[in-house]
Ligand binder design. Structure first.
Ligand SMILES: *[C@@H]1O[C@H](CO)[C@@H](O)[C@H](O)[C@H]1NC(C)=O
Ligand SMILES: *[C@@H]1O[C@H](CO)[C@@H](O)[C@H](O)[C@H]1NC(C)=O
Ligand SMILES: *[C@@H]1O[C@H](CO)[C@@H](O)[C@H](O)[C@H]1NC(C)=O
Length: 314
C-alpha cells in the first residue's frame, strides 16, 4: 500500500478513538504499528480511590476525564438497553463509557495507557467497562475473558469491582510484550493515570499524597465530594520538565498533560479535563455519583443517588 493511502486509511480507521496529530513517517500494515514519529492524543484520565479501608466509605473514587472539548459526550446518567441499567458517562463517538456502575454494586472504570504507537483498527476500549457492567460474571471471571482478547485493544488499564462481594480487580494489556496482568486490588488508597496501577507519575504521586493527607485530616468522618474536587481534582500544577514520565510522546505534550486537571490548546482545538466524577459507596449501601462536567463551554454539576441492592446470596 502506498504510504499516502495508508495514512488516509489510518486516519479513517482510527477516527473512532484517536486523533493523530503529527505525520506518521513509515508505517507497516503487517505489524499494524506506527513508528515513533507519530503520537496520538486520546482519552486520558486520572483516578484516585480508597477501597475497603475507610469506616464510612466502601469505595470513594475521584476521576478526571481528559478529552477534546468538542468530542461528543453524554453526561453521567442512567442508560443501557441490555438487561441492566447502567449509570455512567457516555462517549457518544466510541459508544462506551470511562466510568459506570449498576444498582447491584458493580463498578468499572478505564484509563488508556499513554504510548506513541497504536493499533489503528483496534477495538474500542470503552466497551470493556460496559460489558462488565452488563455481565453477571465476577470481576475475576470477566478479567480472564478479557485476557483472551487483550491484543485487539490499544493499551488500557481496567478496574472491575463488585461491591457486594468486596472484590476489585485490575487488568492491563501493558507493558507490551508481557503477559496480560490480572491482579486483585488490595484494600487501601490507589491511583491510576495512564500507566500501570499505582505508578508514581508526578501527578499521580501528588494526588495520592494530597488525598491521603485530606483523609487523615477528616479521620473517621465522611468526606464530601465537593471538597476533594475543589482541593485536589482541580489542581493545575504541572510537573517539572525533568520529572516527566518517558512514554515516547513529545515532551511538550507530556508537560501539558502533567497536571491533575488538564487544560491546553492544540491545533485540533481545546483539550483537557471536561468531567470530574466523585463516586461514593458507603458501607450502608448508599451510592452517590456526583459529576462536574463541561457542556457547551459551561461547567455544570449533578448528583445521582441510589441504594445498592445486594445480589450476593448469604
Ligand atoms: C498537594 O501536594 C503538594 C506537594 O506536596 C503541596 O504543595 C500542595 O499544597 C498540596 N495541595 C493540597 C490541597 O493539599
Ligand atoms: C502545550 O500547551 C500550550 C498552551 O496551551 C500550547 O500552546 C502548545 O501547543 C501545547 N503543546 C502541544 C504539543 O500540544
Ligand atoms: C451482601 O450480602 C452478603 C451475603 O449476605 C454479605 O456477605 C455482604 O457483606 C453484603 N455486602 C454488602 C455490601 O452489603
Amino acid at each position: 500500500m502506498p504510504s499516502e493511502t495508508l495514512l488516509i486509511y489510518l486516519l479513517i480507521t482510527s477516527a473512532n478513538q484517536f486523533t493523530f496529530v503529527l505525520g506518521f513517517g513509515e508505517a507497516t500494515v503487517d505489524s499494524i504499528s506506527l513508528t515513533k514519529t507519530g503520537f496520538l492524543r486520546g482519552i486520558m484520565c486520572i483516578a484516585a480511590w480508597i477501597w475497603q479501608s475507610h469506616p464510612a466509605h466502601q469505595l470513594l473514587l475521584f476521576l478526571n476525564r481528559d478529552e477534546y472539548h468538542d468530542r461528543a459526550t453524554e453526561a453521567v446518567g442512567w442508560w443501557g438497553e441490555g438487561n441492566k441499567k447502567i449509570l455512567g458517562g457516555r462517549d457518544v463517538k466510541g459508544g462506551g463509557t470511562w466510568l459506570g456502575c449498576t444498582k447491584d454494586g458493580r463498578v468499572a472504570f478505564l484509563t488508556n495507557a499513554r504510548e506513541p504507537e497504536s493499533i489503528p483498527d483496534a477495538r474500542t476500549r470503552g466497551v470493556l467497562p460496559l460489558r462488565f457492567l452488563e455481565s453477571t460474571k465476577s470481576p475475576h471471571e470477566f478479567a480472564e475473558e478479557i485476557v483472551q482478547e487483550a491484543d485487539y485493544y490499544n493499551g488500557f488499564n481496567l478496574i472491575l469491582a463488585d461491591l457486594c462481594s468486596k472484590t476489585m480487580v485490575y487488568v492491563s494489556n501493558r507493558p507490551k510484550g508481557e503477559s496480560v496482568s490480572v491482579q486483585t486490588v488490595p484494600p487501601g488508597l490507589h491511583v491510576l493515570s495512564n500507566a500501570q496501577l499505582d505508578t508514581p507519575w508526578p501527578k499521580a504521586q501528588r494526588l495520592h499524597d494530597n488525598f491521603s493527607h485530606l483523609l487523615k485530616k477528616h479521620g473517621d468522618e465522611e468526606v464530601t465530594a465537593e471538597e476533594v474536587i475543589e482541593k485536589l481534582m482541580m489542581d493545575k500544577t504541572k510537573a517539572d520538565m525533568d520529572e516527566l514520565p518517558i512514554t515516547g510522546c513529545d515532551p511538550d505534550w507530556e508537560f501539558n498533560l502533567s497536571s491533575i486537571f488538564v487544560e491546553t490548546d492544540t491545533k485540533r482545538g481545546r483539550y483537557g479535563t471536561r468531567s470530574t466524577a466523585a463516586f461514593s459507596a458507603k458501607v450502608n449501601g448508599e451510592v452517590t455519583f456526583y459529576e462536574r462536567y463541561l457542556e457547551r463551554g459551561m461547567w455544570k454539576e449533578h448528583k445521582i443517588q441510589y441504594q445498592m441492592e445486594n445480589g450476593t446470596k448469604a
